[in-house]
Ligand binder design. Structure first.
Ligand SMILES: Cc1cc2nc3c(=O)[nH]c(=O)nc-3n(C[C@H](O)[C@H](O)[C@H](O)COP(=O)(O)OP(=O)(O)OC[C@H]3O[C@@H](n4cnc5c(N)ncnc54)[C@H](O)[C@@H]3O)c2cc1C
Length: 304
């Protein structure tokens, strides 16, 4: 970690919230649901569908998980009311996964039912590797009950190809097409469980997508890495895949010119819109656990 990154990390808790809000404003829609709906509406006007995420993660507290679930139910209703093309995305520990699978299942199950009634999809996100088994088990249970549920897989993890085989083999026929958001993985993981060099993470991303497509899954390509994206688009044309089989997904505020160039080339692009009152604590925890993000943010700032 560079001295500058260490300095940024050490001083971050001292930065006044209004300044942090201005810095984060590019990446986070705001604290309130209305702000997120406005961001989704603006993106829709530009032709970009969305993904709605409420920032937050496990606090080891059932009330916190139930409050998150209530906030998500309100968010799903607001998306449907606004007639927006957007789906809902939730971190399992935000719904209490660290307290045991039952609570998380109950909260996802309730939200999946509401989303289905509203015509929306719901995605189970993937967090750090100690939660992977529990997340896959949760997803398996949900998938037996709901057709509108998707998953996230991380190419960084060495286990992911094996998980893909199990998911493809274990897909219940009634559940519909397996829908996976492929990501590199935001959590820096140890070498015992993960690829640690960028080239291997990218190679694994492409291999995982190829296996998923070969197994009949729909894959959403969540990356801003243009070299990887070029390799992915080559695989798309080689496999004669159509826009029913994939879309690109990007984070609000990150490399907007790439989204535009992908869309101009005929690829569907969907934008992830995070919001919520816990934005500051959540962002600080993420930056502390993955200081590479500070480099990305500073790089984007300088490029502007
Ligand atoms: C829609 C979406 C959903 C995601 N969901 C999950 C999830 O559920 N679980 C999970 O572990 N990870 C998730 N991620 C994060 C993902 O795993 C990567 O950490 C992140 O996308 C950066 O990897 P990259 O493929 O863009 O490539 P990189 O090589 O890391 O980034 C390429 C370039 O994009 C820019 N960039 C990338 N990320 C950022 C950022 N955060 N801020 C500023 N600039 C940035 C930088 O300019 C960087 O050089 C998600 C990402 C997206 C786009």
């Amino acid at each position: 970690m560079s001295a500058l990154t260490r300095l940024v990390l050490a001083t971050m808790p001292l930065v006044p919230t209004p300044i942090m809000r201005r810095l984060a404003g590019r990446y986070i829609a705001g604290e309130r649901l209305e702000q997120a709906i406005t961001a989704l509406t603006d993106l829709a006007a530009e032709g970009f569908p969305g993904i709605l995420d409420i920032l937050g993660e496990g606090q080891g507290n059932e009330d916190h998980a139930r409050a998150a679930s209530a906030a998500y139910l309100a968010a799903a209703r607001a998306v449907a009311q606004g007639d927006l093309d957007a789906y809902i995305s939730v971190k399992p520990t935000h719904f209490g996964l660290l307290l045991g699978g039952e609570l998380a299942f109950e909260l996802y199950d309730g939200l999946a039912r509401e989303c289905a009634a509203l015509g929306l999809d719901l995605r189970v996100e993937m967090e750090d590797h100690p939660t992977t088994d529990a997340t896959l088990e949760l997803f398996g249970r949900l998938r037996r009950e709901h057709a509108n549920i998707g998953l996230v897989l991380q190419s960084r993890l060495l286990r992911t190809p094996v998980d893909i085989e199990a998911l493809l083999a274990g897909s219940p026929a009634a559940a519909g097409r397996l829908d996976v958001r492929m990501v590199k993985g935001i959590y820096l993981e140890p070498a015992e469980v993960a690829h640690v060099d960028p080239q291997s993470i990218s190679d694994a991303f492409l291999d995982c997508c190829s296996s998923l497509w070969a197994g009949g899954a729909r894959v959403t390509l969540a990356t801003h890495d243009e070299v990887l994206a070029t390799r992915l688009t080559q695989a798309l044309s080689k496999g004669q895949l159509t826009t029913a089989d994939y879309e690109f997904q990007v984070l609000l505020g990150v490399r907007r010119q790439l989204w535009q160039s992908w869309r101009a080339a005929g690829h569907p692009v969907r934008v992830y819109v995070p919001f919520g009152p816990e934005w500051r604590a959540y962002s600080q925890r993420r930056l502390q656990k993955n200081p590479q993000l500070i480099g990305h943010i500073m790089g984007n700032f300088l490029r502007r």
